[in-house]
Ligand binder design. Structure first.
Ligand SMILES: NC(=O)c1ccc[n+]([C@@H]2O[C@H](COP(=O)([O-])OP(=O)(O)OC[C@H]3O[C@@H](n4cnc5c(N)ncnc54)[C@H](OP(=O)(O)O)[C@@H]3O)[C@@H](O)[C@H]2O)c1
Length: 191
C-alpha cells in the first residue's frame, strides 16, 4: 500500500479570485509565463495529479503522469478508458484513500505528493480532505466574473478566505513576475 500523500494545490487567480471565464475557457489574462514555469516545474516533482475533467495541466508530460480524474459519471473507481495512467473517481461514492490505492503507485520511502489542479469543485473538495500546502498565484489582471477558485469566491468572498476557514495560514509570498506584479503565495496548516 502506498502511503497517504501530501496534498498540494496549485491555482492562478484574477484580482477577483477567478480561475476561468464563465464559459469555462482559460483567460488570456492569466497566461503568465513565469507562473506556467513554476506550475510545470512543481508538477514535475509530484507523484500524481488530481483534476476535474477539464483541468488537466497540458504540456508534454501530461499523458505520462499518474492521475485521478474526478467525475460524477462513474459509480465505482474505474480505470480511465483512454488513459492507462489515470483512474476515474467519484468522491460521492468512494473515499479518497480507495482512489489513491487504486492508482497503484510503487511504494517508496519518501511521502509522495498529489498535486491538485482544479477546477472549482475539485479545489473545494480537497479543502475538506486537507491541504498540506496550497500555492495561490495572484495575478493583477481583472476577470470579474467566471469560475472561482473555491465555491462562493467572488460573491464578496476573497479567494484566500476558504483557505483560512480550513485552518491554513499564509506561510510566505514572493513576486513571481515583476512586469505584471504577479505574486505567488504559499499557504499551509497553522501548526
Ligand atoms: N486558473 C487556474 O489555476 C485553473 C485551475 C484549474 C482549472 N482552470 C480552468 O478552469 C476551466 C475548467 O473548469 P471546470 O469548471 O470545467 O472544472 P473541472 O473541474 O475541470 O471540470 C468539471 C468536471 O469535473 C468533474 N468534477 C468536478 N468536481 C467533481 C466532484 N466533486 N465530484 C465528481 N466529479 C467532479 C465533473 O465531471 P463529469 O462531468 O465527468 O461528472 C465536472 O463536470 C478550464 O478553463 C481550466 O483551464 C484554471
Amino acid at each position: 500500500m502506498s502511503q497517504r500523500p501530501r496534498i498540494v494545490g496549485y491555482a492562478i487567480v484574477s484580482r477577483e479570485g477567478m480561475i476561468a471565464n464563465s464559459d469555462g475557457s482559460f483567460p488570456d489574462e492569466l497566461k503568465i509565463p513565469a507562473d506556467q514555469q513554476f506550475y510545470q516545474d512543481s508538477l514535475a516533482s509530484a507523484a500524481a495529479v488530481a483534476n476535474g475533467r477539464h483541468s488537466a495541466e497540458g504540456g508534454p508530460r501530461e499523458g505520462a503522469r499518474k492521475r485521478i480524474v474526478l467525475s460524477r459519471r462513474v459509480h465505482r473507481i474505474v480505470h480511465h478508458p483512454e488513459n492507462p495512467n489515470a483512474i476515474l473517481w467519484n468522491p460521492a461514492t468512494a473515499p479518497f484513500d480507495e482512489a489513491w490505492q487504486k492508482l497503484g503507485l510503487p511504494e517508496g520511502e519518501a511521502r509522495p505528493t498529489l498535486a491538485v489542479v482544479g477546477g472549482t469543485d475539485v479545489f473545494g473538495l480537497f479543502l475538506t480532505l486537507g491541504y498540506d500546502a496550497f500555492f495561490l498565484t495572484r495575478a493583477r489582471a481583472s476577470v470579474p466574473r467566471g469560475r472561482p477558485v473555491f465555491p462562493g469566491v467572488g460573491l464578496g468572498l476573497p479567494p484566500d478566505e476558504p483557505l483560512r476557514k480550513h485552518g491554513l495560514v499564509l506561510k510566505g509570498s514572493r513576486i513571481l513576475d515583476p512586469a505584471t506584479d504577479t505574486v505567488l503565495e504559499e499557504w499551509g496548516p497553522a501548526s
